[in-house]
Ligand binder design. Structure first.
Ligand code: HEC
Length: 190
């Protein structure tokens, strides 16, 4: 059961290297064209209670738990995607089929953490609090653990320092476990 540390590090990080799908540019237009007709605050149609144009409400469907429609980083476990690809019960949109390229974009977006702000204005980096331990334990959404130091929060990413070579690596916060996301926020000043 021994795995060299670099193997763990690579498998921990490789999820972060996929190309970027931008919610506003790539995903919202697909939902607007294919879903808002029946799932929209604006039109007042809220089939099965779901709306996708009001992001505050839509956000409630995105979480890493068994009931969420979208599980960040886990397209295969996201019901939202399943009903667009299956041809059985509750296929969405009813009587139509999204194109393969639309499905691919949505899959990428979920894999990359299903964030609304990936292409949005970047928040200023937030430095680390003083006196943090140089090495802490981090777990990603798939349950893999690495040891690394906290450097700063940078927008939707946490920047970690790898103990082996002191390299700084940006990792999407949304792909960390909830406990590690909280740890990252706790590590940032003030
Ligand atoms: C023509 C209207 C219509 C369109 C367009 C439509 N839906 Fe739906 N949607 C419905 C209805 C009606 C239901 C309730 C189905 C049921 O519970 O039997 C539903 C249910 C759902 C559910 C809950 C499904 C479940 O298994 O509980 C989700 C999620 C959903 N839609 C997502 C989408 C997405 C994403 C799109 C666009 C890709 C979309 N819908 C497009 C009418 C629509």
């Amino acid at each position: 059961m021994f795995l060299p540390r670099h193997t763990l590090l690579i498998s921990f990080l490789c999820a972060a290297t996929a190309g970027a799908a931008d919610f506003k540019k790539d995903i919202q237009p697909i939902l607007e064209k294919n879903c808002y007709e029946c799932h929209s605050v604006k039109t007042g149609k809220k089939k099965a209670g779901f709306v996708f144009d009001d992001l505050e409400t839509f956000k409630l469907d995105i979480a890493d738990n068994d009931v969420a429609q979208i599980r960040p980083g886990k397209p295969a476990e996201s019901h939202f995607l399943e009903i667009m690809v299956n041809d059985g019960k509750n296929h969405m949109p009813p009587d139509e089929q999204l194109s393969a390229s639309d499905i691919k974009k949505i899959t990428e977006w979920i894999s990359e953490g299903a964030s609304f702000v990936s292409g949005g204005p970047k928040m200023a980096p937030v430095a680390a609090k003083k006196d943090l331990p140089p090495i802490m334990s981090w777990t990603n959404a798939e349950g893999k653990t690495i040891k690394a130091g906290f450097v700063r929060l940078d927008g939707e990413n946490v920047v970690l320092r790898m103990p082996a070579n002191a390299a700084e690596v940006a990792y999407p916060l949304a792909k960390l476990s909830e406990a590690s996301q909280k740890l990252a926020r706790d590590c940032a000043a003030p």
